[in-house]
Write a protein that binds this ligand. Structure first.
Ligand code: ADP
Ligand code: TRP
Length: 320
């Protein structure tokens, strides 16, 4: 299968991004022909500081490589390095109805809140459709919030095929197994918008401090507690094996322990879990040329594919 997904470089990646998305991208690279890209053009709808965007884009590449994205198996590239996609976006836009885009949630929600939005945010789903269609992608792994955009992509591709004859492969969404939302330090969904994240590669000392400050209830130590409704336990379970989880769950039910003990265990286990990735990140960081090279090779492979699709589309609609 040809698998493709993109991730926006709008902040440092956190545990939610890893367990909700990145971990599965890495697993999918084993048995599929996979394309992963850093969606810096999409990020332009929110990041308006050029230095920051450059830094976040490179950081995203370092993080993905450190976490195990293998450039020998997967094609890793930066979205803006494939200009064919932007051209394809225009060709698709001319056949996309306003109503379809008006129903898309990112734009709709902003409008409902009375906030100013721009044409970039409005047409965001067309750029995303173009990202997908430019590589004849068959499967697109995404979180639940992006399913609507895959449907829009299928609609756009379907209308084009209807108008000009079979041109595009219709992709399928693969919903990531992130039904278990990773909670943040305050118990809400972990998200950079809520300032409750634990970043994968933040300095260990700072991270330990954050872990020790995860909110917990104020029940006395001797009270039994329910592990199934406790966000600290959910975080612990991301890293603990089955027997460690059972042992901890039994302690919760019994009572007579402090949350500090769980936090300390969580800090130790998470440190160990990402230790290899941290080392790999340091190595890549020492060799930024290598990262630039990987991205350039990825872009060159991606461009070849996108150019062939673009040509097919240009011929179909008569601009070539
Ligand atoms: P954020 O909410 O921090 O802005 P994004 O929306 O950029 O994160 O998410 C990038 C990817 O990570 C998406 O596929 C999303 O589904 C996944 N993801 C983000 N936060 C979580 C979470 N708390 N639990 C599970 N998956 C998450
Ligand atoms: N819009 C996606 C997000 O915010 C990122 C993205 C851009 C994407 N283009 C894509 C995901 C194409 C899958 C396929 O998460």
């Amino acid at each position: 299968m040809r698998v493709l997904s993109g991730i926006q470089p709008t902040g440092r990646f956190h545990w939610g991004n890893y367990f909700g998305a990145i971990q599965q991208y890495i697993q999918l690279q084993e048995e599929n022909e996979s394309y992963y890209f850093i969606a810096n053009l999409h990020a332009l709808t929110t990041v308006r500081d050029q230095e920051n965007l450059r830094r976040l884009t490179l950081d995203a590449a370092l993080d993905l490589l450190a976490l195990g994205l293998d450039p020998e198996r997967a094609t890793l590239f930066v979205q803006s390095d494939v200009p064919e996609v932007s051209e394809l976006t225009w060709l698709l836009m001319t056949g996309t109805s306003m109503g379809l885009l008006e129903r898309c949630h990112a734009y709709k929600e902003k409008k409902a809140r009375g906030l100013a939005s721009d044409a970039g945010l409005f047409t965001y789903p067309v750029l995303m459709a173009s990202d997908i269609l430019a590589y004849d992608s068959e499967v697109v792994p995404v979180g639940e919030d992006q399913i609507q955009h895959i449907e829009v992509c299928r609609d756009i591709a379907g209308s084009f095929n209807h108008l000009y004859g079979e041109t595009f492969v219709l992709p399928k969404a693969k919903v990531l197994q992130s039904t278990k939302k990773v909670p943040g330090t305050d118990g809400e969904k972990m998200s950079k918008s809520y300032d409750n994240t634990l970043e994968i590669f933040e300095p260990l000392k700072a991270q330990r401090k954050k872990i020790m400050r995860i909110t917990t209830d104020s029940r006395p130590m001797e009270d039994p507690k329910d592990p199934d409704t406790d966000h600290l336990f959910q975080l612990y379970s991301l890293f603990a094996d089955d027997s460690q989880q059972e042992e901890m769950a039994a302690k919760y039910r019994q009572g007579g322990f402090g949350y500090g003990e769980v936090k300390k265990n969580l800090a130790d286990l998470s440190e160990e879990y990402f230790q290899e990735a941290r080392q790999r990140r340091e190595e890549y960081q020492k060799d930024p040329e290598r990262v630039v090279e990987i991205l350039a090779e990825g872009a060159s492979r991606a461009r070849q594919q996108a150019a062939a699709v673009l040509r097919r589309v240009q011929l179909a609609c008569g601009v070539k």
